[in-house]
Design a protein around this ligand. Structure first.
Ligand code: NAD
Length: 300
């Protein structure tokens, strides 16, 4: 039986947040990084996510400007807000919490997202840049969506190099599966994307050295579906009737088969929040750099 290593996303996220806090302190700039959060409606899960993100910002030294809009808010009102936030110098990152109420088209909101403040990385302009990127260097020019970015950081921290490996992503959503597959390809893995219509799923997943599960079904991935020694990243967050959170993978079963595995909670979730902070600070640093560049030009 294999001894599985547990990937401690909570500890890694904490270390990253400490480093970000230190970065802000060291830079000692006059403007502090700022994240605008936009929560529309009264979905309780969304409210919890936003609250956690705001708390993490505060703890790290990122100021937040929080907007709560009623469930009946019209699309144009949100578009106007985005435009205002785009011009607000205190705001370096913007987070519009999804899902939006039915009268709002997410596609319109993501089209209007100011590219230089797209801390979540889902705006249409940022996506263009993300999918145009042919190398890791080119990725520097865009914001990588937080969950896949957090997963890449975990792989790096636990020395799992995707190059030359067989990777399998279960799930093809815009927020996880799709960008994850693209990013693993850029990291030179050979990637298979599986989804609800995939036939003989276990035959495919069993070939994977790196298996990413982003399905939204509790304990869906069992040990029979996993190659011995594989690195398994469980993105799923499923709330059970007894309020416990479980992932998309059968953690107990996989603990006897995989080489590495992320727990739920304490795996991908904390890393996703840490990456939102990192993207906001990246956006903030860019404004500091562009200001100092223009200052130098004036002096010359
Ligand atoms: P989604 O519902 O948008 O997508 C689910 C995907 O799973 C789809 O592409 C679908 O084709 C696939 N799928 C469904 N049934 C399947 C089956 N039987 N076989 C194979 N594939 C199947 O979900 P999402 O937004 O990508 O989220 C997935 C899970 O990850 C959810 O539990 C969500 O809560 C969680 N999540 C966690 C984080 C985090 O930070 N930890 C971030 C985002 C999402």
């Amino acid at each position: 039986m294999i001894k599985t290593q547990i990937i401690d996303g909570k500890a890694l996220a904490l270390a990253i947040r400490q480093k970000l806090k230190e970065d802000i302190r060291k830079l000692g700039a006059q403007t502090k990084p700022g994240l605008a959060t936009v929560l529309v409606g009264d979905d309780p899960a969304s409210a919890v996510y936003v609250r956690n993100k705001i708390a993490a910002c505060k703890e790290t030294g990122i100021e937040t400007i929080d907007h709560k809009l009623g469930a009946a808010t019209g699309e144009n009102e949100l578009l106007d807000l985005l435009q205002r936030l785009g011009g607000d110098r205190r705001v370096h990152g913007i987070l519009v919490q999804m899902p939006l109420p039915p009268q709002m088209r997410a596609s319109k909101i993501l089209e209007a997202m100011p590219e230089e403040k797209d801390a979540d990385g889902f705006g249409v302009k940022n996506w263009g840049r993300l999918y145009q990127a042919k190398s890791l260097t080119e990725l520097e020019n865009c914001f990588i969506p937080c969950t896949p970015l957090g997963i890449l950081k975990m792989l790096e921290a636990y020395r799992v190099n995707p190059e030359g490996k067989m990777a399998c992503v279960i799930g093809r959503s815009n927020i996880v599966g799709k960008p994850m597959a693209h990013l693993l390809t850029l990291h030179n893995a050979t990637v298979t994307v599986c989804h609800s219509k995939t036939k003989k799923l276990a035959e495919i997943t069993r070939r994977a050295d790196i298996l990413i599960a982003a399905i939204g079904r509790p304990r869906f991935v069992t040990k029979e579906m996993v190659k011995e020694g594989a690195c398994v990243i469980d993105v799923g967050i499923n709330r059970m009737n007894d309020e416990r959170l479980v992932g998309d993978c059968d953690f107990e079963g996989l603990s006897q088969r995989s080489g590495l595995i992320t727990p739920v909670p304490g795996g991908v979730g904390p890393m996703t929040i840490a990456m939102l902070l990192a993207n906001t600070i990246k956006a903030w640093k860019r404004t500091l750099n562009s200001r100092s560049t223009s200052d130098t030009r004036i002096e010359k």
